[in-house]
Ligand binder design. Structure first.
Ligand code: GTP
Ligand code: MG
Ligand code: ZN
Length: 359
């Protein structure tokens, strides 16, 4: 296997220097299971396990290997390999874990493009698209919105227009994994050697799209429920595959909930319309919430700015603020443990972190 086909380049090579000196080989993580990873290196796919040293060194589960990561491997027992290190990620999609202690979950790493997939049926939500866009931009990747199942809608272009109105400069594509319509456009945003991830709720057709792009039924798909078009969580793990044109794509299980975790300016990027008006607010640090002299709220009152769009902005903004607080608490607790010299235990990343509803 030529590593270039998996996205390896001079930048990765430079970062790998210290590992190469230690006699290790680079490989990319393509699947993650409860105990094992599948990694692909020059010798092809191998089962891998995280080395004890890396487990102990990882300050939290997000530092452990994830699908999309470039890792340093050494030979292990029984033809398996040991994963000894993870190269610093260029981009990542991270959400705040629902239910559990509000920690972070890394969904995919080192991706160039995130295909935010929605179905043109009753499940479509502009607010969800905004949420995904913020998260993708926070993680450093480029969002492309894919409106799938356009064969089910009588006026797909009309919906695409509504989505374009909230998508800023980002592309909005209409597809049908059933008829094949729009698949050429999707191929167009995936260059050879570049990595994409499909994101969206269950049943929107993420795996069906990948099967179409693959030209074969590589991924399991399941019909959606009759009553509400919700999916049945057909995909249960993340997997990176190579498409015929040489681009790479990561399939992910449907996400029921997607709370933000990263905060690196993605909110402003996803809401350029808010940013454009914000310069007219009285206070430079106006949050467009309760402040006096807020130009955005004035525009809403005058009917020039969509109230649901501002509401969405405010909701995401307060979520990011809560996340920042939470991270400060984590950091504080970590430092305190360090000062005390206590042992920091790390749990192995668990398979099945997605919202498998048992449906
Ligand atoms: N009519 C129509 N049905 C589609 C289209 N794409 C997918 N489907 C159907 O929608 C159902 C769900 O598709 P999947 O590909 O399993 O959806 P998914 O997003 O991968 O779902 P999870 O793996 O559960 O997250 C299947 O029955 C597909 O055949 C489409 O473009 N048009
Ligand atoms: Mg799927
Ligand atoms: Zn304001």
């Amino acid at each position: 296997m030529n590593l270039g086909e998996l996205g390896w380049d001079d930048g990765w090579m430079a970062g790998f220097g210290p590992f190469a000196s230690a006699g290790m080989a680079p490989a990319r993580v393509v699947t993650e299971d409860k105990h094992y990873y599948t990694v692909v290196g020059e010798g092809g796919p191998t089962l891998g396990q995280v080395a004890g040293k890396l487990l102990r060194r990882a300050h939290d589960p997000t530092a452990l290997p994830k699908v999309g990561d470039w890792v340093a491997t050494s030979p292990g027992k029984g033809g398996r390999c040991c994963i000894e290190g993870v190269l610093p990620r260029r981009t990542s999609i991270v959400r705040r874990n629902a239910g559990r202690s509000g920690s972070a979950q890394v969904l995919a790493t080192n991706i160039d493009v995130a295909l935010v997939v929605q179905a043109l049926d009753s499940t479509l939500s502009l607010r969800r698209i905004e949420r995904f866009m913020v998260s993708v931009l926070e993680g450093g990747a480029r969002p492309v919105i894919v409106l799938n199942k356009c064969d089910l809608h009588t006026e797909p272009e009309k919906v695409a227009g509504e989505v374009r109105a909230i998508a800023g400069p980002h592309e909005v594509l209409l597809t049908s994994a059933r008829s094949g319509l729009g698949l050429g456009k999707v191929r167009g945003v995936l260059g050879p050697g570049s990595t994409a991830v499909v994101l969206g709720t269950s049943g929107v057709g993420k795996s069906s799209l990948i099967n179409r792009l693959m030209g074969e039924k590589a991924m399991v798909t399941l019909p959606v429920r009759d009553g509400d078009s919700k999916g049945r969580h057909a995909t249960t793990h993340r997997e990176l595959v190579v498409l015929p044109g040489g681009s790479l794509v990561i399939d992910t299980p449907g996400l029921r909930e997607f709370q933000l975790w990263l905060d690196g300016g993605g909110l402003d990027e996803a809401f350029p319309d808010v940013l454009a008006v914000a310069s007219q607010c009285r206070f430079r640090d106006c949050r467009h919430d309760m402040e006096e002299g807020c130009a955005v709220r004035r525009q809403v009152a005058e009917g020039r700015f969509a109230p649901e769009r501002l509401a969405s902005f405010l909701k995401l903004q307060s979520e990011l603020e809560a996340v920042a607080d939470r991270k400060r608490e984590h950091e504080w607790a970590r430092n305190r443990r360090r000062v005390r010299g206590g042992n920091i235990r790390v749990q192995h990343a668990r398979h099945g972190d997605e919202d498998l509803e048992g449906a």
